[in-house]
Design a protein around this ligand. Structure first.
Ligand code: SAH
Ligand code: F3S
Length: 479
């Protein structure tokens, strides 16, 4: 056997001479854009990475695996993705074995094209393939570049490996994809056809989260109330009813409901179960029937109004929020005014309003003349101004009241924390030098109302519903 060419590099020599240094743990960094489904997908991917021994890191420069979990609902999402990947690929100069993956809706949309455009991109993983991250990484480590997109019938969904640390609520996907065809929306293309998880599996995951100490559960889906058990005659009202009865569940929410699919049995659940939060996100998109028709939404404003009235009858304290698109192709000033009228009438506790943005492969751009950008911007500002005033007035009603809030994080200023009321309002409150653990419930007295949040002081009443397990090691549990 010939001697090693460089004796200093001999494996034996290095074992003898070099002090033993524990291996540096490998690190991952995930950047997440978009909706709560993406947030949950990030938790699912983080769980798989942690199972492979990787730990999270704050700075992508020092990561061994970087994932960009992208969103393509609005704006020039593709351009944004490519500029971000351009930044990440520069880190490969320092860290040759860095792996970079594009995930989320832009991954599904771009597929192989992303690998062609970014030479240092290692893999592309679509939203329906999130459960395969481990296998994809194995292939990538063996030197292949991988595109995992599309919508396979068989999908891995391991809820017990989801990395939930640092979150204050337990999110549970009950329905993936979307079968609607709203003419402005790219989601059915990027997230694929609707797919419901079975009743028992969903309840099993909720029970698992309650055992971990979560007191708030959020059921998720693009059209969450269109859920049906794949095998039995059970719909979303049955699922809500069963989940709300689980011991330990203090707050049950769900997102996003499709107005046309909201049945009277679902409305009744708000009256039957106090732990179903008095809050509903019910996207209307426009207050004009003509616009709604061209959006392909399948309901009219009158039916939406009736639905709201029945919700208020069932739960008089219910807070409502909505999504609105301004400047949809062909939207006239009069049609926009109808949206303002609806907003003034319903008095939403919050709205998410967007300027219409054309998405590849959607029908909307053909359905009317594009609205001038300056006009759309002005409409958006007008809408926000009216909404801001409504929110301040609604928030002012709460001043002086004691509210139970779920602790969601640390505040901007030392000695403060943030939380959410059951009606989903943001509350900033003083905690002094004894902060509460994330995900626990505590009582506060509302002192001041702002348009987008409330300021509060701790109530003298003792804390309630304290979580069994701290989910953020940096915050102590309040006993
Ligand atoms: N059901 C989903 C909808 C996903 S898109 C959910 O709410 O989770 C979220 C919101 O983005 C829509 O309700 C709509 O108001 C807005 N949106 C979708 N496509 C858009 C587009 N092309 N331009 C502007 N806003 C859009
Ligand atoms: Fe998009 Fe309409 Fe489905 S907004 S997600 S196509 S319900």
């Amino acid at each position: 056997m010939s001697p090693p060419k460089n004796p200093l590099k001999s494996p034996l020599k290095s074992l003898i001479d070099e002090p033993s240094v524990p291996p540096t743990p490998r690190r991952y960094f995930i950047e997440t854009w978009g909706c709560q489904m993406n947030e949950l997908d990030t938790q699912r991917m983080a769980g798989q990475l942690m199972q492979q021994g990787l730990l999270p890191i704050q700075d992508p420069k020092d990561a061994d695996v970087i994932l960009l979990n992208s969103c393509s609902v609005r704006e020039k999402a593709e351009n944004k993705v490519y500029s971000r990947l351009g930044k990440y690929r520069r880190f490969k100069k320092r860290r040759e074995d860095l792996l970079i993956g594009l995930c989320g809706c832009v991954a599904q949309q771009e597929g192989e094209r992303a690998l062609r455009r970014v030479s240092d991109l290692d893999f592309v993983l679509g939203p329906a393939r999130v459960g395969e991250l481990r296998q994809v990484l194995e292939k990538v480590r063996s030197g292949r570049r991988v595109v995992a997109t599309g919508f396979p019938e068989e999908r891995a969904y391991e809820f017990d490996t989801i990395e939930r640390d640092g979150t204050y609520k337990g999110m549970v996907t009950i329905i993936e994809g979307c079968n609607k065809r709203c003419t402005f929306c790219i989601v059915p293309t990027t997230r694929g056809p609707e797919r419901c998880r079975p009743f028992e599996e969903v309840l099993g995951e909720v029970r698992h989260l309650l055992e971990l100490g979560f007191v708030e559960i959020e059921l998720l889906g693009q059209t969450v109330n269109h859920w049906r058990d794949p095998h039995r005659d059970l719909d979303f009202a049955d699922l809500l009813d069963a989940a709300a009865r689980l011991p330990g569940l203090k707050r049950l929410r769900f997102m996003t409901s499709y107005p046309r699919d909201f049945t009277s049995r679902m409305v009744e659940q708000f009256a039957h179960h106090e732990n179903i939060c008095p809050f509903l996100h019910l996207p209307v998109q426009s207050g004009s029937d003509r616009v709604l028709r061209r959006m392909g939404r399948g309901y009219e404003v009158g039916a939406y109004r009736e639905l709201i009235a029945s919700l208020v009858r069932a739960r008089p304290d219910i807070a409502l929020s909505t999504d609105i698109i301004v400047g949809f192709p062909g939207e006239t000033e009069e049609e926009f005014r109808q949206t303002l009228e609806l907003v003034e009438e319903v008095r939403y506790s919050s709205i998410f309003a967007f300027k219409y943005s054309p998405r590849p492969g959607t029908a909307a751009p053909r359905l009317g003349e594009a609205v001038d950008d300056a006009v759309a911007s002005r409409r958006l500002q007008e809408l926000f101004a009216i909404q801001s005033e409504i929110q301040r007035e609604l928030n002012e009603v709460l001043v002086g009241q004691t509210r139970e809030i779920l602790v969601t994080g640390l505040g901007k200023h030392p000695g403060t924390q943030t939380g959410r009321t059951s009606c989903h309002r943001v509350v900033n409150f003083t905690c002094g030098d004894s902060p509460h653990a994330l995900g626990t419930l505590t009582s506060v007295v509302i002192e001041k109302a702002l348009p987008h949040s409330l300021i509060a002081l701790p109530s003298s009443a003792p804390s309630v519903g304290v979580s069994a397990k701290p989910r953020n090691a940096s915050l102590p549990v309040v006993q």
